[in-house]
Design a protein around this ligand. Structure first.
Ligand SMILES: CC(=O)[C@@H](O)[C@H](O)COP(=O)(O)O
Ligand SMILES: NCC(=O)COP(=O)(O)O
Length: 251
C-alpha cells in the first residue's frame, strides 16, 4: 500500500507568523500519526522560513518509535545561523529517509528536480554518507528526466517524482500527457532498481488518478494541500480522507 507521509512545513509557517509556539508542529504530527499516516516529512530550509532545526529534533524523537521520518533538503546548502546543514542535521537525527532536493533560497517552493549529469559526481559521497547514517536516500527528480538511471548509478535508493507539472495540468483538465510522463518515469526507475516516491501539489482530487496510473509508488509526501484542507475539515479527518483515496486507488 502506498504510504502517506504528511509534510508539516505549513504548520510551522502559521506558528512562525506570530513568533510564538502555536500551532505546535509536534502536536500536529501526533494527530496525523493517530489518524493513520505512515510518515512525517519536513523540509528544513537554511532561511528557516518554516521548519527549524529544533522542530526536526523534536519530530525525530516523536517518530522514532512510530512512523517513518523523512527529511528533505539541499545537501549543498551551507550551514547558516542555527541551521547546521542537511548532512549534520541528518547525522544528528537519523531519519528513516533523506530526500535530496536541489532548492535555492530564492525559490518560493520546490520547482525542479536534480540535473544529475551536472551534480551526480558531487552527490555520490553525500549519498554514501547519508546511507552510512542508516538513511534511505531519495532524489527529487523531474518526470521525464533523462537522468533517472543515473540516480541508481550514484547510489540512490529511490527517486521522488516531482508532481508539480502533473498537478498543474490536472487543474487545467488536460493531464494525460503529464500523467503518462510520470508513469514512464516510474517504469524507468523500477527498471533501474529504484523504488518510487512522489510529491508536490498532490491533493485529494489529483491523487487518485495519479496512483491508479502509477502502481509502483511506495510513498506520497503531501503537505500544502492537506494542511489547507484541514483548515476546513480538521486534520485527523483530512488525513483519513487521503488514506481513503489511497486505498480506493489501490483496490
Ligand atoms: C520537495 C517538495 O516538493 C516539498 O517538500 C516542497 O519543497 C515543500 O516545501 P515548502 O513547504 O517550503 O513549499
Ligand atoms: N515532497 C513533497 C512534499 O513533501 C510536500 O509537497 P507539497 O504537498 O507541500 O506540495
Amino acid at each position: 500500500m502506498t504510504v502517506l507521509s504528511v509534510n508539516v512545513n505549513k504548520i510551522a509557517v502559521l506558528r512562525n507568523s506570530r513568533g510564538g509556539v502555536l500551532p505546535d508542529v509536534v502536536e500536529a504530527a501526533r494527530c496525523c500519526i493517530a489518524a493513520g499516516c505512515g510518515g512525517i516529512t519536513v523540509h528544513p530550509r537554511p532561511d528557516q522560513r518554516h521548519i527549524r532545526p529544533d522542530d526536526v529534533r523534536a519530530l525525530a524523537a516523536l517518530t522514532a518509535a512510530t512512523v517513518e521520518f523523512n527529511i528533505e533538503g539541499n545537501p549543498f546548502a551551507p550551514p547558516r545561523g542555527s541551521y547546521p546543514g542537511l548532512s549534520a542535521l541528518i547525522a544528528e537525527t537519523r531519519p528513516a529517509q533523506a530526500t535530496l532536493v536541489p532548492d535555492g533560497d530564492g525559490q518560493i517552493t520546490s520547482d525542479h528536480g536534480f540535473d544529475l549529469r551536472r551534480d551526480g559526481e558531487r552527490l555520490k559521497p553525500l549519498i554514501r554518507e547519508l546511507k552510512f547514517h542508516g538513511c534511505r536516500v531519495s532524489l527529487f527528480m523531474d518526470a521525464g528526466s533523462p537522468d533517472i538511471e543515473l540516480a541508481a548509478d550514484i547510489g540512490a535508493d529511490r527517486i521522488e517524482i516531482y508532481t508539480g507539472p502533473y498537478a498543474e495540468a490536472f487543474s487545467r483538465g488536460d493531464y494525460a500527457a503529464e500523467l503518462a510522463r510520470c508513469a514512464d518515469t516510474a517504469r524507468r526507475a523500477r527498471a533501474a532498481g529504484l523504488a518510487v516516491n512522489a510529491g508536490h501539489d498532490l491533493d485529494q482530487r489529483n491523487l487518485g488518478p495519479f496512483l491508479r496510473a502509477l502502481p509502483e509508488v511506495e510513498e506520497v509526501s503531501i503537505g500544502h494541500a492537506l494542511i489547507g484542507e484541514a483548515l476546513y475539515d480538521g486534520l485527523a479527518a483530512t488525513v483519513a480522507n487521503y488514506l481513503k483515496v489511497i486505498a480506493a486507488a489501490r483496490s
